[in-house]
Design a protein around this ligand. Structure first.
Ligand code: SAH
Ligand code: F3S
Length: 481
């Protein structure tokens, strides 16, 4: 799954292996970014200690949880539709309790309980360790809510359970929250202040995944380049740390090096990078270790300096180009992808053309593109009128997507004729005779199965492509196997 929002997995239910002594059933469904899917694994792990096994079937559930996303209005509307459905189930099975987790819980707080009365429990992203108490409350027939945001919580000590994964690729969160305050974004309000997780607990999780047969780990955070461990505490308080803490601090480049060295045969990816925080030592570390993949997700949101400023993105178009040039110089094979927002307030046709020309300069391998959606409480919502007509937003978005498709094809064509290492993740969506995996650049590669199996590192000769997929034939195991 890609960093942000993978449409094909939205709303999937998490199912884990049953624990024999557990008697109640939990149905948990996740929306939004990868972090939410990761958090659901933490929640299921906590509730497994409280007597809950997971189920895919709402009809047999005792507790129904929805891990929610607030990033755009559409994401919240989808969740509301689901809550309606759960309430319908409740009519025939009145003992079922329904809880909302994640960003919508944090944003709407007790509104969902008191005014709308559509749920029994509301739990924000930093309060999952309180679930045992909250569940007791709802068992006793009371509503339960905990939306307290924390300065410390990283769930570093909760071992997430990953039994419904492909067994090959996993996500490990390294930071929580975000301090960047991009003016369009609800995340700093719903996920709180930025804090980093103890590198030793990250290493433990990575080593444990390797022992369990996993071959690739993506380090997750809203803003991974900002990772900084100095013994705990908020990023913003680093200035107040002791000399000793400062001297032994671990930044993102160092963390990457630590994991790459700890498991030299494991592949590492990371997501998401923010251009204003990405440093040269990260790009250099990527180049030094062959097991750190050649792929950077580097959202820019707009190509116009005026709009970047209004978005509180703390870099200019020119600084972004310098960063891109540095990546290409140090790491010529590196793939780069973007997030883009069309129709931010006051965006003119000229600003939009700047976005298209920035894309033309970078020629991104992939992209995630959105029409601006005003989010209550953000600085943009408070200070700027959402003044771009829906039709204009949509047209600009279409132009951005069309250009990205051309660039995608331009990039996939560059792989033709090359032989590249692919980690097999599972069956191709279109054919059971073919495997699907990814190359280092994160491009999907499809090829005939032959005698290879899921989890193998295989060298694949690339013979053909579409704008998003490479097609080829395996020519043997790679040296990593
Ligand atoms: N740093 C985060 C960003 C989370 S939001 C990460 O790890 O990916 C993902 C993307 O959603 C953003 O990069 C932005 O392009 C888009 N987005 C955020 N708020 C938005 C809004 N109000 N309207 C439209 N798109 C938005
Ligand atoms: Fe949102 Fe900007 Fe942070 S997009 S998650 S405030 S980097």
């Amino acid at each position: 799954m890609e960093k942000t929002i993978d449409e094909s997995v939205q709303g999937t239910a998490l199912v884990l292996k049953d624990k024999g002594s557990n008697s109640r059933k939990l149905y948990i469904e996740s929306y939004g970014c990868q972090m939410n899917f990761s958090d659901s694994e933490i929640v299921a792990s906590i509730l497994a200690q409280e007597g809950f096994n997971t189920t895919e079937n709402i009809e047999e559930a005792d507790l129904v949880l929805v891990n929610t996303c607030s990033i755009r209005e559409k994401a919240e509307l989808t969740v509301r539709k689901r809550l309606e459905k759960f309430n319908a189930v409740k009519k025939t099975r009145p003992h079922i309790k329904v809880g909302v987790l994640g960003c919508m819980a944090e944003r709407l707080k007790s509104q969902l309980l008191e005014e709308e009365k559509i749920v029994d429990m509301v739990v924000g992203p930093d309060a999952y360790k309180d679930l045992p108490n909250l569940v007791q409350e709802i068992d006793a027939g009371r509503n339960a809510v905990n939306v307290i945001l924390s300065k410390e919580e990283t769930y570093g000590d909760v071992a997430p359970v990953r039994l419904n994964s492909n067994g090959v690729t996993a996500f490990v969160s390294i930071t929580r929250g975000c301090d960047n305050m991009c003016t369009f974004c609800v995340v700093p309000f719903t996920r709180g202040r930025e804090r980093s997780r103890d590198p030793l607990s990250i290493l433990e999780e990575v080593n444990d995944l390797w022992e369990k047969g996993f071959k690739e780990v993506t380090l997750l955070g809203q803003n991974v380049d900002s990772y900084l461990w100095y013994g705990g505490g908020l990023k913003k308080d680093f200035e107040k740390a002791s000399e000793m803490q400062k001297a032994t601090a671990v930044n993102f480049a160092k963390l990457l090096e630590m994991v790459a060295q700890a498991q030299p045969k494991m592949r590492f990816r990371f997501s998401t990078s923010n251009p204003q925080d990405m440093t040269l030592d990260v790009i250099e570390t990527m180049a030094r270790y062959r097991n750190i993949c050649d792929y950077i997700h580097l959202p820019v949101q707009s190509g116009s300096n005026r709009i970047l400023k209004a978005m509180n993105r703390l870099h200019s178009r020119e600084e972004y180009f310098t960063l891109i040039d540095n990546i290409r110089r140090i790491n010529p094979d590196c793939a780069i992808s973007q997030d883009m927002i069309a129709g931010f307030p006051t965006e003119t046709e000229e600003d939009h053309q700047d976005t298209l020309s920035l894309m033309e300069y970078v020629k991104y391998d992939f992209g995630f593109m959105f029409a601006y959606s005003e989010r209550p409480g953000t600085l943009a919502a408070r200070k700027l009128e959402d003044d771009i007509p829906e039709e204009t937003k949509k047209r600009r978005l279409r132009e951005i997507i069309a250009l990205q498709q051309q660039h995608g094809l331009y990039r996939t064509r560059q792989h033709l004729g090359k032989t590249e290492e692919v980690l097999i993740e599972g069956l191709s969506k279109k054919s059971t005779d073919h495997w699907m995996g990814r190359n280092s650049q994160n491009t999907v590669v499809v090829f005939p199965k032959e005698h290879y199996k899921v989890g193998d590192f295989v060298n694949v000769r690339i013979d053909d492509c579409t704008s998003a997929t490479l097609l080829g034939e395996a020519v043997g195991y790679s040296e990593n196997n």
